[in-house]
Design a protein around this ligand. Structure first.
Ligand SMILES: C[S@@+](CC[C@H](N)C(=O)[O-])C[C@H]1O[C@@H](n2cnc3c(N)ncnc32)[C@H](O)[C@@H]1O
Length: 408
Protein backbone atom coordinates (compact mmCIF):
# COMPACT_ATOMS: atom_id res chain seq x y z
CA UNK A 1 0.00 0.00 0.00
CA UNK A 2 1.39 3.40 -0.82
CA UNK A 3 0.60 7.06 -0.76
CA UNK A 4 -2.89 7.86 -2.04
CA UNK A 5 -2.17 11.20 -3.72
CA UNK A 6 -0.74 9.83 -6.96
CA UNK A 7 0.93 12.28 -9.31
CA UNK A 8 2.40 14.70 -6.79
CA UNK A 9 4.85 13.22 -4.26
CA UNK A 10 3.94 14.16 -0.69
CA UNK A 11 6.40 16.27 1.31
CA UNK A 12 8.86 14.09 3.18
CA UNK A 13 7.47 13.06 6.54
CA UNK A 14 3.93 14.13 5.70
CA UNK A 15 2.66 10.71 4.56
CA UNK A 16 2.99 7.36 6.25
CA UNK A 17 2.61 4.07 4.45
CA UNK A 18 -0.27 2.15 5.96
CA UNK A 19 0.48 -1.14 7.69
CA UNK A 20 -1.22 -4.14 6.14
CA UNK A 21 -2.79 -6.90 8.22
CA UNK A 22 -1.57 -10.38 7.41
CA UNK A 23 -4.17 -12.89 6.21
CA UNK A 24 -7.22 -10.75 6.80
CA UNK A 25 -9.71 -9.61 4.19
CA UNK A 26 -10.81 -6.48 6.04
CA UNK A 27 -13.56 -4.19 4.75
CA UNK A 28 -12.09 -1.01 3.27
CA UNK A 29 -12.76 2.18 5.25
CA UNK A 30 -14.47 5.14 3.62
CA UNK A 31 -12.30 7.93 2.20
CA UNK A 32 -13.13 10.35 5.01
CA UNK A 33 -12.24 7.82 7.71
CA UNK A 34 -9.02 6.99 5.88
CA UNK A 35 -8.10 10.68 5.75
CA UNK A 36 -8.65 10.94 9.55
CA UNK A 37 -6.47 7.90 10.12
CA UNK A 38 -3.73 9.37 7.92
CA UNK A 39 -3.89 12.62 9.87
CA UNK A 40 -3.57 10.77 13.19
CA UNK A 41 -0.67 8.69 11.83
CA UNK A 42 1.16 11.88 10.84
CA UNK A 43 0.40 13.38 14.25
CA UNK A 44 1.94 10.33 15.99
CA UNK A 45 4.88 10.27 13.57
CA UNK A 46 5.57 13.94 14.32
CA UNK A 47 5.59 13.17 18.03
CA UNK A 48 8.01 10.28 17.44
CA UNK A 49 10.28 12.56 15.40
CA UNK A 50 10.13 15.18 18.16
CA UNK A 51 11.09 12.77 20.92
CA UNK A 52 14.30 11.38 19.43
CA UNK A 53 12.72 8.88 17.02
CA UNK A 54 11.03 6.53 19.51
CA UNK A 55 8.02 6.35 21.84
CA UNK A 56 6.95 3.57 24.20
CA UNK A 57 4.05 1.43 23.01
CA UNK A 58 1.89 2.74 25.87
CA UNK A 59 2.23 6.23 24.39
CA UNK A 60 1.41 4.95 20.88
CA UNK A 61 -1.70 3.20 22.22
CA UNK A 62 -2.74 6.29 24.16
CA UNK A 63 -2.41 8.46 21.03
CA UNK A 64 -4.16 5.92 18.77
CA UNK A 65 -7.14 5.59 21.12
CA UNK A 66 -7.48 8.95 22.86
CA UNK A 67 -5.95 11.79 20.79
CA UNK A 68 -8.70 14.44 20.97
CA UNK A 69 -10.99 14.34 17.91
CA UNK A 70 -8.81 11.75 16.13
CA UNK A 71 -8.25 8.79 18.48
CA UNK A 72 -10.46 5.72 18.20
CA UNK A 73 -12.46 6.50 21.37
CA UNK A 74 -12.28 10.27 20.91
CA UNK A 75 -13.31 10.41 17.25
CA UNK A 76 -16.39 9.41 15.30
CA UNK A 77 -15.81 5.66 14.77
CA UNK A 78 -18.99 3.63 15.39
CA UNK A 79 -17.18 1.19 17.74
CA UNK A 80 -19.95 -0.73 19.57
CA UNK A 81 -22.58 -3.16 18.33
CA UNK A 82 -23.29 -4.93 15.07
CA UNK A 83 -22.48 -1.85 12.91
CA UNK A 84 -19.24 -1.19 14.81
CA UNK A 85 -16.08 -3.15 15.54
CA UNK A 86 -16.97 -5.29 18.54
CA UNK A 87 -19.86 -6.23 20.83
CA UNK A 88 -19.69 -5.83 24.61
CA UNK A 89 -21.92 -7.53 27.19
CA UNK A 90 -24.38 -4.61 27.61
CA UNK A 91 -24.84 -4.56 23.82
CA UNK A 92 -25.64 -8.29 23.77
CA UNK A 93 -28.76 -8.13 25.92
CA UNK A 94 -30.52 -6.10 28.61
CA UNK A 95 -30.26 -9.09 30.96
CA UNK A 96 -26.60 -8.22 31.63
CA UNK A 97 -27.38 -4.81 33.17
CA UNK A 98 -30.57 -6.08 34.80
CA UNK A 99 -28.65 -8.88 36.52
CA UNK A 100 -25.76 -6.63 37.56
CA UNK A 101 -28.39 -4.43 39.24
CA UNK A 102 -28.75 -6.95 42.08
CA UNK A 103 -25.09 -6.47 43.09
CA UNK A 104 -25.25 -2.73 42.57
CA UNK A 105 -28.39 -2.46 44.74
CA UNK A 106 -26.66 -4.30 47.59
CA UNK A 107 -23.61 -2.03 47.33
CA UNK A 108 -25.72 1.15 47.16
CA UNK A 109 -27.45 0.10 50.37
CA UNK A 110 -24.07 -0.51 52.04
CA UNK A 111 -22.46 2.76 50.91
CA UNK A 112 -24.27 5.77 49.42
CA UNK A 113 -26.96 6.17 46.71
CA UNK A 114 -24.56 7.26 43.99
CA UNK A 115 -23.13 5.53 40.92
CA UNK A 116 -20.29 6.48 38.61
CA UNK A 117 -20.01 4.50 35.39
CA UNK A 118 -16.62 4.84 33.71
CA UNK A 119 -16.40 4.64 29.91
CA UNK A 120 -20.11 4.06 29.35
CA UNK A 121 -19.92 3.18 25.65
CA UNK A 122 -23.26 3.62 23.90
CA UNK A 123 -25.09 4.21 27.23
CA UNK A 124 -26.83 0.83 27.04
CA UNK A 125 -25.67 -0.37 30.47
CA UNK A 126 -26.89 2.86 32.08
CA UNK A 127 -30.34 2.39 30.51
CA UNK A 128 -30.70 -1.27 31.56
CA UNK A 129 -29.22 -0.85 35.01
CA UNK A 130 -31.22 2.24 35.92
CA UNK A 131 -34.41 0.64 34.57
CA UNK A 132 -33.91 -2.40 36.79
CA UNK A 133 -32.91 -0.37 39.85
CA UNK A 134 -36.11 1.63 39.37
CA UNK A 135 -38.15 -1.60 39.19
CA UNK A 136 -36.54 -2.69 42.47
CA UNK A 137 -37.21 0.68 44.14
CA UNK A 138 -33.44 1.18 44.49
CA UNK A 139 -32.69 4.10 42.18
CA UNK A 140 -29.53 6.03 43.07
CA UNK A 141 -29.78 9.78 43.65
CA UNK A 142 -27.16 10.33 40.98
CA UNK A 143 -25.66 8.42 38.05
CA UNK A 144 -22.54 10.11 36.74
CA UNK A 145 -20.76 8.94 33.60
CA UNK A 146 -17.01 9.49 33.47
CA UNK A 147 -16.41 9.70 29.75
CA UNK A 148 -13.30 10.85 27.87
CA UNK A 149 -15.06 11.10 24.51
CA UNK A 150 -17.33 14.03 23.65
CA UNK A 151 -18.86 12.01 20.82
CA UNK A 152 -19.77 9.15 23.20
CA UNK A 153 -21.13 11.60 25.79
CA UNK A 154 -23.53 12.88 23.12
CA UNK A 155 -24.51 9.34 22.09
CA UNK A 156 -25.15 8.33 25.71
CA UNK A 157 -27.30 11.42 26.28
CA UNK A 158 -29.38 10.67 23.20
CA UNK A 159 -29.93 7.05 24.22
CA UNK A 160 -30.98 7.98 27.75
CA UNK A 161 -33.27 10.73 26.44
CA UNK A 162 -34.94 8.23 24.09
CA UNK A 163 -35.15 5.24 26.44
CA UNK A 164 -35.44 6.67 29.96
CA UNK A 165 -36.19 10.41 29.72
CA UNK A 166 -37.67 10.55 33.24
CA UNK A 167 -34.33 9.37 34.67
CA UNK A 168 -32.22 11.98 32.85
CA UNK A 169 -32.31 14.49 35.74
CA UNK A 170 -30.28 11.99 37.81
CA UNK A 171 -27.64 11.58 35.10
CA UNK A 172 -24.61 13.82 34.67
CA UNK A 173 -21.23 13.59 32.96
CA UNK A 174 -17.73 13.92 34.40
CA UNK A 175 -14.47 14.55 32.57
CA UNK A 176 -12.24 13.47 35.42
CA UNK A 177 -12.37 11.59 38.72
CA UNK A 178 -14.10 13.48 41.54
CA UNK A 179 -11.98 14.48 44.54
CA UNK A 180 -14.10 12.30 46.86
CA UNK A 181 -16.76 9.68 46.20
CA UNK A 182 -18.99 7.39 48.27
CA UNK A 183 -21.01 4.85 46.30
CA UNK A 184 -20.52 2.39 43.43
CA UNK A 185 -18.08 2.70 40.53
CA UNK A 186 -18.73 0.52 37.46
CA UNK A 187 -16.28 -0.18 34.66
CA UNK A 188 -17.21 -2.74 32.01
CA UNK A 189 -14.36 -3.42 29.55
CA UNK A 190 -12.51 -0.26 30.53
CA UNK A 191 -9.26 -1.67 31.96
CA UNK A 192 -8.55 -3.54 28.71
CA UNK A 193 -8.66 -0.22 26.81
CA UNK A 194 -5.97 1.41 28.97
CA UNK A 195 -2.49 1.82 27.49
CA UNK A 196 0.01 -0.95 28.28
CA UNK A 197 3.79 -1.02 28.21
CA UNK A 198 5.32 -3.80 26.09
CA UNK A 199 8.26 -5.76 27.47
CA UNK A 200 10.57 -8.40 26.01
CA UNK A 201 12.43 -10.59 28.47
CA UNK A 202 15.83 -11.73 27.11
CA UNK A 203 17.11 -13.58 30.17
CA UNK A 204 18.44 -10.94 32.58
CA UNK A 205 18.17 -8.23 29.94
CA UNK A 206 14.74 -6.66 29.82
CA UNK A 207 13.78 -4.50 26.85
CA UNK A 208 10.87 -2.13 26.28
CA UNK A 209 9.28 -2.55 22.87
CA UNK A 210 8.35 0.82 21.44
CA UNK A 211 7.51 2.44 18.14
CA UNK A 212 9.71 4.24 15.58
CA UNK A 213 9.18 5.34 11.99
CA UNK A 214 11.30 3.76 9.27
CA UNK A 215 10.85 4.26 5.55
CA UNK A 216 7.44 5.86 6.12
CA UNK A 217 6.11 3.04 8.30
CA UNK A 218 5.59 2.52 12.00
CA UNK A 219 8.04 -0.17 13.11
CA UNK A 220 8.85 -1.93 16.39
CA UNK A 221 12.09 -0.93 18.13
CA UNK A 222 13.43 -2.18 21.43
CA UNK A 223 15.30 -0.18 24.06
CA UNK A 224 16.53 -1.25 27.50
CA UNK A 225 13.58 -0.98 29.88
CA UNK A 226 13.86 1.62 32.63
CA UNK A 227 11.99 3.03 35.62
CA UNK A 228 8.63 1.66 36.77
CA UNK A 229 8.30 -0.58 33.71
CA UNK A 230 11.64 -2.26 34.45
CA UNK A 231 10.77 -2.71 38.14
CA UNK A 232 7.43 -4.34 37.29
CA UNK A 233 8.96 -6.49 34.55
CA UNK A 234 11.63 -7.72 37.00
CA UNK A 235 8.96 -8.55 39.56
CA UNK A 236 7.08 -10.60 36.93
CA UNK A 237 10.27 -12.52 36.03
CA UNK A 238 11.24 -13.12 39.67
CA UNK A 239 8.42 -15.62 40.20
CA UNK A 240 8.58 -17.60 36.98
CA UNK A 241 10.74 -18.98 34.19
CA UNK A 242 10.12 -16.97 31.01
CA UNK A 243 11.53 -18.35 27.74
CA UNK A 244 14.06 -16.00 26.02
CA UNK A 245 12.30 -13.47 23.79
CA UNK A 246 9.06 -13.72 25.79
CA UNK A 247 6.87 -10.70 24.95
CA UNK A 248 4.02 -9.40 27.07
CA UNK A 249 2.33 -6.34 28.51
CA UNK A 250 2.61 -4.45 31.77
CA UNK A 251 -0.60 -2.58 32.72
CA UNK A 252 0.99 0.69 33.81
CA UNK A 253 -2.03 2.95 33.20
CA UNK A 254 -4.60 0.59 34.74
CA UNK A 255 -2.51 0.14 37.91
CA UNK A 256 -2.11 3.91 38.28
CA UNK A 257 -5.82 4.47 37.64
CA UNK A 258 -6.84 2.01 40.38
CA UNK A 259 -4.52 3.78 42.83
CA UNK A 260 -6.21 7.09 41.90
CA UNK A 261 -9.62 5.61 42.75
CA UNK A 262 -8.28 4.32 46.06
CA UNK A 263 -7.47 7.91 47.00
CA UNK A 264 -10.94 9.12 45.96
CA UNK A 265 -13.21 6.41 47.39
CA UNK A 266 -14.49 6.95 50.93
CA UNK A 267 -17.09 4.22 51.44
CA UNK A 268 -18.11 2.04 48.52
CA UNK A 269 -16.80 -0.26 45.83
CA UNK A 270 -15.46 -0.52 42.31
CA UNK A 271 -16.96 -3.28 40.16
CA UNK A 272 -14.54 -4.08 37.35
CA UNK A 273 -15.65 -6.42 34.58
CA UNK A 274 -13.14 -7.42 31.95
CA UNK A 275 -11.31 -10.22 30.18
CA UNK A 276 -8.13 -11.40 31.76
CA UNK A 277 -6.45 -13.75 34.17
CA UNK A 278 -4.54 -13.95 37.44
CA UNK A 279 -0.80 -13.32 36.90
CA UNK A 280 0.09 -17.01 36.93
CA UNK A 281 -2.04 -17.56 33.83
CA UNK A 282 -1.35 -14.18 32.25
CA UNK A 283 2.41 -14.77 32.04
CA UNK A 284 2.07 -18.45 31.16
CA UNK A 285 5.16 -19.68 29.25
CA UNK A 286 2.97 -20.62 26.30
CA UNK A 287 1.50 -17.11 26.04
CA UNK A 288 4.85 -15.93 24.66
CA UNK A 289 3.51 -13.26 22.30
CA UNK A 290 1.37 -11.41 24.84
CA UNK A 291 -2.33 -10.61 24.63
CA UNK A 292 -2.44 -7.46 22.50
CA UNK A 293 -5.44 -7.56 20.17
CA UNK A 294 -7.03 -5.19 17.69
CA UNK A 295 -10.68 -5.08 16.60
CA UNK A 296 -11.83 -3.69 13.29
CA UNK A 297 -15.34 -4.34 11.94
CA UNK A 298 -15.64 -7.59 13.88
CA UNK A 299 -12.26 -8.89 12.72
CA UNK A 300 -9.71 -9.52 15.47
CA UNK A 301 -6.04 -9.29 14.56
CA UNK A 302 -2.67 -8.46 16.11
CA UNK A 303 -1.47 -5.41 14.09
CA UNK A 304 -1.73 -2.24 16.22
CA UNK A 305 -0.22 -0.08 13.45
CA UNK A 306 -3.13 -0.82 11.11
CA UNK A 307 -5.34 2.28 10.50
CA UNK A 308 -4.65 4.19 13.74
CA UNK A 309 -7.84 5.78 15.03
CA UNK A 310 -10.13 3.40 13.13
CA UNK A 311 -9.58 0.26 15.17
CA UNK A 312 -9.66 -0.70 18.82
CA UNK A 313 -6.45 -1.81 20.54
CA UNK A 314 -6.77 -3.85 23.73
CA UNK A 315 -4.85 -6.10 26.07
CA UNK A 316 -6.14 -8.68 28.53
CA UNK A 317 -6.04 -7.66 32.19
CA UNK A 318 -3.51 -9.02 34.69
CA UNK A 319 -5.94 -9.03 37.63
CA UNK A 320 -3.11 -9.72 40.08
CA UNK A 321 -1.53 -6.40 39.06
CA UNK A 322 -4.87 -4.68 39.63
CA UNK A 323 -5.35 -6.13 43.10
CA UNK A 324 -1.72 -5.38 44.06
CA UNK A 325 -2.15 -1.76 43.06
CA UNK A 326 -5.54 -1.55 44.80
CA UNK A 327 -4.44 -3.12 48.09
CA UNK A 328 -1.18 -1.13 48.07
CA UNK A 329 -3.28 2.04 47.89
CA UNK A 330 -5.78 1.15 50.64
CA UNK A 331 -8.59 -0.74 48.89
CA UNK A 332 -9.75 -4.18 49.95
CA UNK A 333 -10.47 -7.09 47.61
CA UNK A 334 -14.16 -7.90 48.08
CA UNK A 335 -14.50 -10.62 45.46
CA UNK A 336 -13.20 -12.06 42.18
CA UNK A 337 -15.21 -14.49 40.08
CA UNK A 338 -15.84 -15.54 36.52
CA UNK A 339 -18.56 -13.56 34.77
CA UNK A 340 -20.68 -16.73 34.58
CA UNK A 341 -20.52 -17.36 38.34
CA UNK A 342 -21.09 -13.70 39.12
CA UNK A 343 -24.18 -13.49 36.89
CA UNK A 344 -25.67 -16.70 38.29
CA UNK A 345 -25.04 -15.45 41.85
CA UNK A 346 -26.82 -12.21 40.95
CA UNK A 347 -29.90 -13.99 39.60
CA UNK A 348 -29.46 -14.23 35.83
CA UNK A 349 -31.74 -17.27 35.79
CA UNK A 350 -34.54 -15.30 37.51
CA UNK A 351 -34.10 -12.37 35.11
CA UNK A 352 -34.43 -14.73 32.16
CA UNK A 353 -37.39 -16.56 33.73
CA UNK A 354 -39.45 -13.38 33.92
CA UNK A 355 -39.02 -12.72 30.18
CA UNK A 356 -42.25 -13.56 28.32
CA UNK A 357 -41.99 -16.57 26.03
CA UNK A 358 -44.96 -15.67 23.80
CA UNK A 359 -42.66 -14.10 21.20
CA UNK A 360 -40.37 -17.04 20.36
CA UNK A 361 -38.11 -15.01 18.08
CA UNK A 362 -37.12 -12.41 20.69
CA UNK A 363 -36.99 -15.04 23.44
CA UNK A 364 -34.59 -17.17 21.39
CA UNK A 365 -32.42 -14.11 20.66
CA UNK A 366 -32.26 -13.37 24.40
CA UNK A 367 -31.44 -17.00 25.22
CA UNK A 368 -28.62 -16.95 22.63
CA UNK A 369 -27.21 -13.70 24.03
CA UNK A 370 -27.40 -14.97 27.61
CA UNK A 371 -25.61 -18.13 26.48
CA UNK A 372 -22.74 -15.94 25.18
CA UNK A 373 -22.48 -14.20 28.54
CA UNK A 374 -22.11 -17.43 30.49
CA UNK A 375 -20.66 -20.05 28.14
CA UNK A 376 -17.10 -21.10 29.05
CA UNK A 377 -16.32 -21.06 25.33
CA UNK A 378 -17.43 -17.41 24.99
CA UNK A 379 -17.41 -14.77 27.77
CA UNK A 380 -18.31 -16.88 30.81
CA UNK A 381 -14.80 -17.94 31.89
CA UNK A 382 -12.49 -15.45 30.19
CA UNK A 383 -14.37 -12.46 31.60
CA UNK A 384 -13.99 -11.84 35.32
CA UNK A 385 -15.69 -9.57 37.80
CA UNK A 386 -13.57 -8.00 40.53
CA UNK A 387 -14.93 -5.94 43.43
CA UNK A 388 -12.58 -3.63 45.33
CA UNK A 389 -13.81 -1.42 48.13
CA UNK A 390 -13.59 0.45 51.39
CA UNK A 391 -15.85 0.21 54.41
CA UNK A 392 -17.96 -2.68 53.03
CA UNK A 393 -18.24 -5.32 55.76
CA UNK A 394 -20.94 -7.66 54.32
CA UNK A 395 -20.11 -10.47 51.87
CA UNK A 396 -21.19 -9.50 48.36
CA UNK A 397 -23.89 -11.63 46.76
CA UNK A 398 -22.15 -11.72 43.36
CA UNK A 399 -19.31 -13.76 44.84
CA UNK A 400 -21.34 -16.07 47.10
CA UNK A 401 -20.46 -19.14 45.00
CA UNK A 402 -17.20 -19.57 43.08
CA UNK A 403 -15.10 -16.73 44.50
CA UNK A 404 -11.62 -17.18 43.04
CA UNK A 405 -9.78 -14.54 45.08
CA UNK A 406 -7.23 -17.13 46.22
CA UNK A 407 -6.00 -17.57 42.63
CA UNK A 408 -4.76 -13.95 42.42
C1 LIG B 1 -14.25 -1.21 25.15
S1 LIG B 1 -15.01 0.31 25.55
C2 LIG B 1 -16.26 -0.26 26.65
C3 LIG B 1 -17.47 0.62 26.65
C4 LIG B 1 -18.65 0.18 27.53
N1 LIG B 1 -18.28 0.13 28.92
C5 LIG B 1 -19.22 -1.13 27.09
O1 LIG B 1 -19.09 -2.11 27.83
O2 LIG B 1 -19.82 -1.19 26.01
C6 LIG B 1 -13.83 1.06 26.61
C7 LIG B 1 -14.22 2.42 27.16
O3 LIG B 1 -13.33 2.78 28.23
C8 LIG B 1 -13.09 4.16 28.16
N2 LIG B 1 -11.89 4.50 28.93
C9 LIG B 1 -10.65 3.99 28.84
N3 LIG B 1 -9.82 4.58 29.72
C10 LIG B 1 -10.57 5.46 30.42
C11 LIG B 1 -10.29 6.36 31.50
N4 LIG B 1 -9.08 6.45 32.02
N5 LIG B 1 -11.30 7.10 31.98
C12 LIG B 1 -12.55 7.00 31.46
N6 LIG B 1 -12.87 6.16 30.43
C13 LIG B 1 -11.89 5.41 29.93
C14 LIG B 1 -12.96 4.40 26.67
O4 LIG B 1 -13.09 5.78 26.36
C15 LIG B 1 -14.13 3.55 26.16
O5 LIG B 1 -15.32 4.30 26.16
Amino acid sequence: MGARHAGRPPPIGAMLIRSPVANAALPAPEAEALACSDALSRHIADEIAGTGGWIGFDRFMERALYTPAMGYYAGGARKFGAAGDFVTAPELCAAFGQTLAAQVAQLLALSAPRIIEVGAGSGQLAVDLLGELERRGALPDSYAILELSGELRARQGEKLAARAPHLLPRVSWLERLPTHFDGVVLANEVLDAMPVGLVVWHGDDIAERGVAVDDGRFVWRERPATGALLAKARAVAADRELPPGYLSEIPLAASAWIAEWAAVLGRGALLLIDYGFPRREFYHPQRHAGTLMCHYRHHAHGEPFYLPGLQDITAHVDFTAIVESACGAGLELLGYATQANFLFNCGLTEVLARTPTDDPRSYLALAGAAQKLISPAEMGELFKVMALGKGIAEPLLGFAVGDRSVTL
